[in-house]
Design a protein around this ligand. Structure first.
Ligand code: SAH
Length: 219
């Protein structure tokens, strides 16, 4: 605990939380961010800068999003603690860990098998026992245990993916970045008996969602 590197991370974590508190109103989300060790989810070289409010590389051309974006997306899911949540794009497992503190169960799917395996091992080692990670190939989401109370897509989609709407429970929330490969709008869809309601939550930039119904594999 007297390790100077740890002390500096503790300080930087507190200052990140203070910065996020300007935009994030859900105190549960802020508390959860304070409890997930982001340095464990990034490459060892990036650990000293794990609490800077910026995206960081996680290998295989993918990135862990900026903490503010992770917090905004998580807040937009409006979780109370009882939900079954689907995350599309496990990446490092960071956002799955965060959501696991705010919901009952998390199913997270990832198309890069190496990332899925590393994230599953990391979440297990860190004791996040209510998260299951699956490597997926050509289908979108994880219909096996649908419907979900909330679905978050952490990669950019050209449109709101129909297969994910089909996996959403009544009154469920789907949060997904929608737009071009270079720029998207963060969108929340709420499924109601009258149909799906759409809310725009602001501009954002994500790596592409790849596969059927999304973008072709980058060459
Ligand atoms: N949420 C992650 C960051 C994810 S980056 C974290 O907290 O670290 C987006 C991820 O989506 C990448 O790992 C990418 O491989 C994955 N991805 C892209 N298309 C996908 C698809 N169709 N299904 C599942 N995962 C996909």
């Amino acid at each position: 605990m007297n390790n100077p590197a740890n002390e500096s991370l503790t300080r930087e974590r507190a200052s990140l939380l203070a910065e996020l508190a300007h935009d994030i109103v859900d105190q549960r989300v802020l508390d959860a961010i304070g409890r997930v060790p982001r340095e464990e989810f990034v490459a060892a070289e990036a650990a000293p800068i794990a609490y800077q409010n910026r995206p960081l590389p996680i290998g295989h051309g993918q990135t862990i999003s900026q903490p503010l974006m992770v917090a905004l997306m998580t807040q937009a899911l409006m979780l109370t603690g009882n939900e079954k949540v689907l995350e599309v794009g496990t990446g490092s497992g960071y956002q799955a860990a965060l959501i696991s503190l705010l919901a009952a169960h998390v199913v997270s799917v990832e198309r890069v098998p190496e990332l899925a395996a590393a994230a599953a091992a990391r979440l297990d080692r860190l004791g996040y026992s209510n998260v299951e990670v699956h490597a997926v190939t050509d289908k979108l989401g994880w219909p096996e245990v649908a419907p979900y109370d909330a679905i978050v897509v952490t990669a950019a989609s050209p449109d709101v993916p129909r297969p994910l709407l089909d996996q959403l429970a009544m009154n469920g929330r789907l949060v997904v970045p929608v737009g071009s490969r270079d720029l998207q709008e963060l969108v929340r869809i709420v499924r109601s008996p009258e149909g799906a309601q759409r809310h725009n939550l602001g501009a954002c930039r994500f790596v592409p969602l790849v596969g059927r119904g999304a973008w072709p594999e980058a060459r």
